[in-house]
Design a protein. Structure first.
Length: 386
């Protein structure tokens, strides 16, 4: 929805022009000072030109916010109608906003995201706020210009004050009480200019400042709502290298615990089986030797050999236990190495973030410096042309 608050500027401007023309006697035909009228008309003309330029920027700002609101509605609709991640539908879509500035910024965002695309998926993501942000909104709204309009209007009022006083005092010439009364009229005419320009300069400054800040606050709110909805509905989610490393560490730890439990179980079963077989063999040999004699003694020797084989099996299990322990040690070493790798990756990420902040600060500083130089150049050019 368009914010039409800036229309009030032109309504008040028309009323102020009519008021100034009226008090200068234009409508009644009683104009007493052509220079007074000329100065007021000149000042009001300059203010009108400034308001027209601001209105153009405010209209661009409205189109910008309307495009963001339309994108929010479209994302809400896509979320209800489409299945799967919405990023698959947006990563190659053209004219997402229907606004040239926003579409160009989103295209640059798509190209950067395409650089992260691999066969296995996205290796990383970047935030859309890096491209569609308050800085972009300020450029669309010509904040570098509109933020200076309020001060300029106040400055015009002060300039008119000094100009009117200079005119009045310049025409005042009296050496005695008889000639002073003849110069009071020109002095009052000059004071009129000073008073009128101060009044509408400060008045327009206050009104413009209120309108400008209100419109920018609404635009910032729409932008924040859009970015929040985009992150929730569209922004892709990927599994980072840190998450993969952590998942591998958890898998290694679970595998080591499972092997340890299995070895403990095998060790306990082997010892219990060996002891049980020995008891059975001894009892069996003792009983059968009394009954059957030598034949069962031979069988006893065979069973004793079986017990020895069982003991050998038990030793093999113990060897397997030692091997498993060595495997656990290797797994722990691998786990420590992976943890070190994760730490190094976190350090690299932190360094990259710090570098990004430094680059952003440097770019902002350069942008501000260039804007100031352009503004100074524009002022000098205007002064030269005048």
């Amino acid at each position: 929805m368009k914010n039409k608050l800036y229309y009030i500027l032109f309504l008040l401007y028309v009323l102020m022009v009519v008021f100034i023309l009226y008090i200068n006697g234009v409508f009644t035909g009683n104009a007493t000072s052509f220079s007074n009228l000329l100065i007021n008309v000149g000042f009001l003309g300059v203010i009108g030109i400034m308001f027209v330029i601001s209105a153009i920027s405010f209209n661009r700002l409205n189109l910008f916010t309307e495009a963001l609101e339309g994108a929010c509605v479209a994302m809400e609709k896509d979320r209800k109608e489409k299945e799967g991640p919405l990023w698959d539908h947006y990563r190659a879509r053209k004219k997402v906003f229907g606004n040239d500035v926003l579409d160009e910024a989103f295209l640059r965002y798509q190209k950067r995201m395409a650089g992260y695309q691999t066969r296995k998926g996205l290796t990383a993501v970047c935030d859309l706020e890096d491209y569609i942000n308050e800085d972009l909104l300020d450029r669309v709204a010509m904040s570098h210009y509109n933020s200076a309009v309020s001060g300029t209007l106040t400055g015009l009022g002060i300039l008119g004050t000094f100009l009117g006083l200079s005119m009045g005092l310049g025409s005042f010439d009296g050496n005695d009480i008889y000639t002073i009364s003849d110069n009071v009229g020109p002095l009052l005419e000059g004071m009129k200019v000073a008073f009128h320009t101060s009044v509408y300069g400060i008045f327009f400054s206050l009104v413009f400042n209120f309108v400008y800040r209100s419109m920018m606050a609404d635009a910032y709110g729409v932008l924040a709502e859009f970015l929040e909805m985009y992150r929730e509905y569209v922004s892709p989610q990927v599994s980072t290298a840190d998450e993969n490393s952590k998942a591998m560490l958890i898998y290694q730890a679970n595998m080591a615990n499972s092997l340890k439990a299995m070895n403990d179980l095998l060790k306990g079963n082997a010892l219990e089986q060996t002891q049980g077989v020995e008891r059975i063999v001894n009892q069996f040999v003792s009983s059968m030797s009394q009954v059957l004699g030598a034949e069962f003694e031979k069988m006893g020797r065979i069973l004793n050999y079986a017990c020895k084989a069982q003991e050998q099996c038990s030793r093999d299990y113990r060897s397997m236990e030692e091997t498993t322990r060595e495997l656990q040690a290797v797994n722990r070493s691998m786990q420590r190495a992976l943890e070190q790798l994760v730490d190094r990756q976190e350090q690299i990420v932190n360094n990259l973030k710090e570098q990004e902040k430094q680059l952003t600060a440097t770019c902002n500083m350069l942008n501000d410096e260039l804007s100031n130089q352009l503004y100074t150049y524009s002022q000098m050019r205007d002064t030269y042309e005048k």
